[in-house]
Ligand binder design. Sequence first.
Ligand code: ZN
Length: 74
Amino acid sequence: MSDLIDQASEATERFTAQALSAHRLPEDKTRYSYSHCMDCGEPIPQARQKAVAGCKLCVLCQEDAEKRKALQGL
Ligand SMILES: [Zn+2]
């Protein structure tokens, strides 16, 4: 009986470790930033494109999106 439980928790641990490592893939560094904001179409400054790999929104829309996300998280 205890063997079964051991196997189950082992499998769970393995699955969790895999899920975590998949999350940690540094894909952000290879993603291109958008030259224009996806939301309002304003150009995104090159400094921001470089600073935030894979960014899709201008600063204003990003702030907006983060505020919305924060509200949803409540
Ligand atoms: Zn924008």
